[in-house]
Design a protein around this ligand. Structure first.
Ligand SMILES: C[S@@+](CC[C@H](N)C(=O)[O-])C[C@H]1O[C@@H](n2cnc3c(N)ncnc32)[C@H](O)[C@@H]1O
Length: 489
């Protein structure tokens, strides 16, 4: 026996747009409802090898596998296969695109057979794939057709495009303000007239229309013929209830702890020092301690950051290998909780500043790990770290600090370890090559002005690990948050 599916949909958009959007594997988590992440592993000629990780299914199971696909723009066809077949004996796919009067027909065919011991047989899987394919195709059609309607921004590099980039501070404020009042959430169910949207968001209707008009000029939201506004694929990211949401980050960017130091960026540029000190008269951590609201908001932002990349990071860490963890500077413990949920018998210690740790219990309780976590309030420069755990985690901590301080933290973690089988997991960005887009290059400026910290390249990281007595075991990805696994030397 074998299974076969064959589904097609017509998308009312230009061929190039349909082709480019649906073949941009890195953006699939925004395009498909099913995928939480799509990690590009390798490119060879036109062939791309990548890891897909799903959102939890109805039983809470997350699936992750490696696939490979080869698009041929000449014939507008794609051949693909699962490399890690999981419950499948094999799974081969073919996509075909052809121009019709009504748009572009996109056709997906799947040929497969289930393994004898799989949780579902060939006909069950055929039914499942047909249902899922139709849902995903409808979603993709809507995303591509919306994208076809919005402008992608000025293309004149030396004129309007530079104006957009250099004057982007205005766009950032517009998007910040729309995010702060929750416009995208209110549009999740469909387009709304401005007056209604203003009422729902507690804003001034004419001002809201003007901000939305500006944002829609670069594809964030779209205005229809009746003057109603709707979400676009970009605006989707400003909803608060999607795994790909960056709403908290956009709100964080506009908060005084970021906007204040940026207003004094010239001070950092001239001195190399964090302007935070000049603006607040103290390091950020002290400011967060004395300003309860700012502190709570910062911690909440860090907790929300946990959600987006967790499946990929857990797949890299494989927490089930360990029975005890220490998360150093672990915020409210959301990431520690994720580790413990993947390692059912394990226990964890959350080491954090006292003010932050006092807010951890509700997060740990909501994630049902409170009974397995010990909280350890302390200062990682002054207080001893809990010794002899199987695995230590430093997530988004070291980039806040200069090399001297980061080395001091790493050496204290190293001092708490005594066995070669223990592991340190540093979750950070690894800066990519020059002249290409890399969010780390902007985060690095945050680190400069706010903390006096720095984003690091791979050789820079290796130097730090060497200096602290660690050996880096993995070859980390660049251009996104990644896991650097180390062992004590
Ligand atoms: C950028 S946040 C990351 C939080 C958390 N690891 C996460 O990924 O969500 C850095 C954390 O380091 C903590 N931290 C800063 N200075 C510290 C110190 N001296 N001792 C212990 N923790 C500290 C902060 O309170 C903050 O929670």
């Amino acid at each position: 026996m074998a299974g076969h599916t064959d589904n097609a949909i017509v998308i009312d958009a230009p061929m190039d747009l349909v082709w480019n959007m649906t073949n941009d594997v890195g953006s699939w988590p925004r395009l498909f409802g099913e995928y939480a992440s799509a990690e590009i592993l390798e490119r060879e000629g036109p062939t791309v090898r990548f890891r897909l990780t799903t959102h939890p299914d109805e039983q809470g199971r997350v699936w992750s596998w490696v696939s490979e696909r080869t698009p041929d723009p000449g014939t507008r066809t794609v051949t693909a296969r699962r490399v890690e077949t999981g419950p499948f004996e094999y799974m081969n796919l073919r996509w075909e695109y052809r121009s019709l009067d009504a748009g572009v027909e996109m056709r997906w065919m799947q040929d497969f057979a289930m393994k004898a011991d799989a949780h579902i047989d060939d006909s069950g899987m055929t039914q499942h794939l047909n249902t899922r394919t139709r849902t995903e195709m409808a979603r993709i059609k809507s995303a591509v057709e919306t994208a076809a309607r919005v402008s992608s921004g000025p293309e004149d590099l030396f004129g309007r495009r530079l104006l957009l980039l250099a004057g982007g501070i205005r766009l950032a404020w517009v998007v910040y303000a729309l995010s702060e009042v929750g416009v995208a959430d209110r549009l999740a169910a469909g387009p709304l007239p401005v007056a209604e949207l203003a009422e729902l968001t507690g804003t001034h209707a004419d001002a809201l229309r003007r901000l939305l008009r500006a944002a829609a000029s670069v594809g964030v939201f779209v205005e229809d013929d009746e003057g109603r506004f709707a979400l676009t694929p970009l605006a989707e990211g400003l909803r608060s209830d999607t795994p790909e949401s960056i709403r908290m980050l956009v709100r964080y960017n506009g908060a005084p702890t970021v906007s204040g130091p940026y207003q004094e960026i010239l001070h950092s540029l001239r001195t190399g020092e964090p302007s935070c000190q000049k603006v607040f008269g103290m390091p950020l951590w002290d400011y967060l301690d004395v300003n309860q609201d700012a502190g709570d908001f910062f911690d909440e932002t860090m907790t929300s950051m946990s959600a987006r990349l967790v499946p990929t990071h857990l797949a890299d860490i494989r927490p089930e290998r360990f029975s005890s963890f220490v998360d150093v500077g672990g915020g409210h413990g959301a990431f520690l909780a994720e580790l413990l949920r993947r390692a059912p018998g394990a226990t964890g210690v959350l080491f954090e500043r006292p003010k932050v740790i006092s807010g951890a219990a509700p997060v740990l309780e909501a994630m049902e790990v409170l009974d397995r976590v010990t909280t350890a309030p302390g200062d990682f420069f002054a207080d001893p770290l809990p010794a002899d755990a199987d695995a230590y985690v430093l997530r988004a901590v070291l980039h806040n600090w200069s090399d001297d301080d980061a080395l001091a933290i790493l050496r204290r973690v190293r001092a708490a370890m005594s066995r070669p089988d223990q592991r340190l997991f540093v979750l950070e960005q690894v800066m990519g090559p020059p002249n290409v887009w890399d969010h780390a290059k902007f985060l690095d400026v945050d680190m400069l002005v706010i903390f006096g910290g720095v984003e690091r390249t791979l050789p820079h990281w290796r130097g730090l690990f060497d200096g602290a007595g660690f050996e880096l075991l993995t070859q980390p990805a660049t251009g996104r948050w990644t896991v650097l696994e180390c062992r004590p030397r």
